[in-house]
Design a protein around this ligand. Sequence first.
Ligand SMILES: [Zn+2]
Length: 298
Amino acid sequence: MSAVTTAPPQAAVQANDEAPAPDKTGGFDGKRAYAHVAKQVSFGPRPAGSPAIAKTQEYILAELKSYGCTAEVDSFTSDTPAGRLPMKNILVKIPGDKPGVILLGTHYDTKRLENFVGADDGGSSTGVMLELARLLCSQRGRYAVWIAFFDGEEAVRHEWQDPDNCYGSREMAARFAISGDLPKIKAFLLADIVGTRTPHFKRETYSTKALVDLVWGAAKKLGYGDIFIDESSAVEDDHQSFLKRNVPSVDVIDLDNGPGGDVYYWHTPQDTLDKISPKTLAIVGHVFLESVKQLQSK
Ligand SMILES: [Zn+2]
């Protein structure tokens, strides 16, 4: 018998989930995106107003600063079924040469559930957006690229019932309406739940069809036609805060949460780091980079 204590089990990445070399995915480093997910998960449950979400905000801002990104923080409060909660939206602004903005987005809060760390729901898309910020903050395109990190996407109650959801995106869209920025936004590309090991992104039906065509076309061109599939599903999410204000928007999300589905662990304590594939993160990052490139050429 050995008395040596074994280390606690790590979320080992399986061989076929390894991220491709970044030069295979447009420079996007799936390993870096995965490390961002691991870091967020290490903070524990991160619902709006929690100490752990404050750590997440500090982490996001420190990462953005290290990439040379310019980031704005909007601190606000929202009246929720759990009372008035402090929230923060973080917005990266990369300038462009002409008027017009390409907006990317993710939510970084996690749902208020016991032992829920949101590796895929909250963590994955935030990891992707941080890695996109690292790549894009050093580039100047024809149009500005803004990257939004939303607080308060999740419903505070267990059920999803308006207006108890999308607090952060609603706030940002309202601010853009007041500032006059809203009509400048040519496209809003949202990512949410993009880290599963068996990804299938269906064409989201509230989304603007021309933008769905652009993103799914980019994915096909890159050889991901078996992942960005031609089935459809309707998902309520942060893109609706912008759709309601007539901003063309698309949501990339895998919400196949039935038994045996891609995200069978959705909104359960099983949404943990071992569910995340660095390869999937890299594919999504690659598709977003290609989509931004196409939007920049329009
Ligand atoms: Zn969720």
